[in-house]
Design a protein around this ligand. Structure first.
Ligand SMILES: Nc1ncnc2c1ncn2[C@@H]1O[C@H](COP(=O)(O)OP(=O)(O)O)[C@@H](O)[C@H]1O
Ligand SMILES: [Mg+2]
Length: 437
């Protein structure tokens, strides 16, 4: 089933900021706030009052047009957190800012407007009306907004096309497979034209093959429509595949935020480390994250003799020859250097092996397997075509073993959310300045 998406000229834009968000389920919110303020633990609060601290002191920055994944075991607070974003659950403390506007203190009218125009939700079990047609289901939110029939119809048809269900509008959900039903759920969210999609375990009920297909299609949709997507899953592989950033939750708190690469190669707690053990790292790690800086020779400046001397000094069996712009020209192999000197050849251009393999720093390790076999290395090139680094066969193999130790979360990542995701050791009292993007 293929997706038909017409890219929009202006992608929709929305940022979400969570500031010290806590949610306690219990009947007395004053009491709940006091208990949180006293720093009482989740277990103490539960034992003493029966209140459940479902989310605690969460600070996150979700950027325009990214897929932000929230991952954690069942009961860790993911659904509660996502429902705090559209205020399906009122927060106990904290702020939820959508494009700078605090939804926590919005009036009922404003809240309705925000839900209508900005925040659409996709649920795990589809949430479709069985006795209505696919089209009626997709148009449901629009009808509630009292949109006229023609516009509604046009919107639902576009949305059904976008999810690959053109022509299915008159069927009932029961005629469709699970995967197709979830496409209807997605179409319903897209039809509202909301900037933000909140997807709570949207693919968790699907068979593995269908699930993978939906993941791929979501990535395509995302690329073309540029929505801001908050995606919840309990599956780390799904998180790493979809997320530009992933937040990992445990017992209501965020224990780490990072890119797939960062989480897999620098888990910040034992809990995250445990999760990452079974990940297929070749599908997560990029060449850029494991490459090393090679010895280089510059065409026109260095000679075969200098190459020979430097190889001996550094005990390396190859070097990368670059031009004056640092664009790689090839590898100079030790085995050709000695004979070249004996033949009186001194120009590196005469010994360089131009059959080297280059790749982008963004390429996944799994895509390098074939090229690195029987070569010294693959050469990684940045967006300007310049040498970024090299990855040797052994660099790649050794990076596939799971991490064995944790990397404490201090200033590990440039993602602003990391700066205030340190909820474990007492939340920060002062908020960092709003990031300027
Ligand atoms: N409406 C509710 N009332 C009381 N407790 C709740 C409610 N919803 C969720 N919880 C509790 O909050 C915690 C987090 O639940 P939830 O957010 O559903 O986790 P997840 O989505 O990660 O499985 C759990 O202990 C759950 O039992
Ligand atoms: Mg849930």
């Amino acid at each position: 089933m293929s997706l038909q998406v017409e890219p929009r000229i202006l992608p929709s834009m929305s940022t979400i900021r969570l500031r010290n968000v806590s949610k306690v389920f219990g009947d007395d919110s004053h009491k709940a706030r006091a208990l949180l303020q006293e720093g009482r633990s989740r277990d103490e609060i539960l034992a003493e009052t029966g209140y459940v601290v479902a989310v605690r002191d969460v600070n996150l920055d979700i950027e325009d047009g990214e897929i932000f994944v929230v991952m954690g075991l069942s009961g860790s607070g993911k659904s509660t957190l996502i429902r705090c974003i559209n205020r399906l659950h009122p927060v106990t403390t904290g702020e939820v800012l959508i494009d700078g506007e605090d939804i926590v203190s919005a009036s009922t009218d404003r809240l309705r407007e925000l839900r209508r125009s900005k925040l659409a939700m996709v649920f795990q079990h589809f949430g479709l009306f069985p006795h209505r047609t696919v089209q009626e289901n997709v148009e449901y939110g629009l009808k509630m907004q009292k949109m006229d029939v023609d516009e509604r119809r046009a919107r639902s048809e576009t949305a059904l096309e976008q999810v690959g269900l053109e022509g299915w509008g008159n069927r009932r959900p029961g005629d469709l497979s699970g995967g197709m039903q979830q496409r209807v759920g997605l179409a319903r969210a897209l039809a509202t034209d909301a900037d933000v999609l909140l997807m709570d375990e949207a693919f968790s009920a699907l068979d593995p093959l269908i699930r993978r297909e939906m993941q791929d299609d979501l990535l395509t949709l995302q690329r073309d429509l540029g929505k801001t997507i908050v995606f919840i899953t309990h599956d780390l592989n799904e998180a790493l595949k979809l997320g530009d950033h992933t937040a990992i939750m445990r017992d209501g708190q965020v224990v780490q935020v990072g890119t797939a690469d960062e989480i897999v190669s620098q888990p910040s707690t034992e809990y995250v480390l445990e999760f990452t053990r079974d990940v297929d790292r070749s599908r997560v790690l990029t060449v850029g994250s494991i490459m090393r800086q090679p010895d280089t020779l510059v065409q026109g400046r260095d000679t075969v003799r200098t190459a020979s001397a430097r190889m001996r000094a550094s005990d390396s069996d190859y070097m990368v020859l670059v031009d004056s712009n640092r664009q790689p020209l090839g590898l100079v192999l030790e085995e050709y250097v000695g004979p070249a000197i004996q033949r009186g050849v001194n120009d590196l251009g005469d010994v360089v092996s131009d059959s080297f393999v280059s790749c982008s720093t963004d390429d996944l390790l799994i895509d390098t397997y074939d090229s690195v076999i029987e070569r010294q290395c693959i050469v990684a090139i940045d967006e300007h075509g310049q040498l970024a680094g090299v990855a040797e066969h052994l660099d790649i193999l050794s990076s596939l073993a799971p991490a064995t130790e944790i990397t404490p979360a201090v200033s590990r990542s440039s993602h602003p959310a990391n700066a205030h995701a340190s909820t474990e050791a007492g939340a920060e009292q002062t908020l960092p300045a709003e990031s300027t993007r």
